[in-house]
Design a protein around this ligand. Structure first.
Ligand SMILES: Nc1ncnc2c1ncn2[C@@H]1O[C@H](COP(=O)(O)OP(=O)(O)OP(=O)(O)O)[C@@H](O)[C@H]1O
Length: 253
């Protein structure tokens, strides 16, 4: 089967700083894959490199069988969409939900906007009643639902999720994670998801990669984390650091 995302020996260099030092990754179509690691390990940089927002020095990125060049074209954004951590920063507060959803449709020249907007709002559990509200009138969870609707409206096959719930309260977090999981099942999406919360990764992802200092430390299946079957001290320390995850995970998510 063609991989959804194949990253091969990717190097990202900011000025002289090597943020990614030859990282390789293979995510199957329909799979949910997690990236974990301490702050600064390069998780977001990897997502940003895939979307063309980080300076790739060498290596390759292949999406659904197509190796990407330096620029991302419109076709790429129909396949791959990103959801960011902060729904306050990623949505313009003085725009209506309708306007926020119209924007990608206009860029991509879709004629069936009405239908798509209704479907997307419905799918994220907001409904048409939210359509003419302003982003600043929404709660954090509602905003993140709008951000998800905006990502889905072009019907991508891959979502890159960068800490999509870490700015939300715990109860809202669980709702948004459940929504993402439902959407993934329904649309058979591929997820590549960054989280510092190992509980979230073990619940949402089938496999994961542990990163440190711009390198891959180890690749695991989610159950390895649950059963603490890890080979590297670094991963063991990550597990220890997120000790609460074992106690709270099963109920909350
Ligand atoms: N635009 C940039 N210019 C210079 N350095 C950058 C830039 N973006 C990221 N970096 C550096 O690259 C390294 C990796 O950053 P990245 O944001 O990918 O880490 P992360 O694992 O996602 O961390 P966090 O969990 O804190 O978000 C860090 O040392 C960061 O300072």
């Amino acid at each position: 089967m063609t991989s959804a995302i194949a990253v091969d020996r990717l190097e990202v260099i900011f000025d002289r700083f090597r943020a990614l030092k030859g990282v390789s990754l293979d995510v199957q179509q329909g799979e949910s894959f997690g990236l974990v690691g301490e702050s600064g390990s390069g998780k977001s940089t990897l997502l940003r490199a895939i979307t063309g927002l980080a300076p790739v020095a060498s290596g390759s990125i292949t999406v659904n069988g197509k190796t990407l060049g330096a620029r991302r074209d419109k076709a790429f954004y129909r396949e791959v969409q990103m959801v960011f951590q902060d729904p306050y920063g990623s949505l313009h507060p003085r725009q209506t939900v309708d306007r926020l959803l119209q924007e990608p449709l206009a860029i991509h020249g879709f004629a069936d906007g009405e239908k798509r907007i209704e479907r997307a709002l419905d799918e994220v559990g907001l409904g048409n009643g939210f359509r003419f509200r302003y982003a600043h009138q929404l709660s954090g969870g509602q905003r993140q639902r709008v951000a998800i609707a905006r990502a889905l409206i072009l019907e991508p096959s891959i979502l890159l999720l960068d800490e999509p719930t870490s700015a939300l309260d715990a109860s809202v977090q669980a709702e948004v994670l459940n929504l993402l999981e439902e959407v993934r099942r329904r649309r058979k999406l591929t997820f590549l998801m960054v989280s510092h919360d190992l509980a979230i990764i073990t619940h949402m992802c089938e496999r994961l990669m542990v990163m440190q200092g711009g390198e891959a430390v180890e690749n695991l299946v989610a159950n390895d984390l649950v059963e603490r079957r890890v080979t590297k001290d670094y991963t063991r320390n990550l597990l220890r650091a997120s000790d609460g995850f074992v106690r709270t995970a099963p109920k909350q998510i």
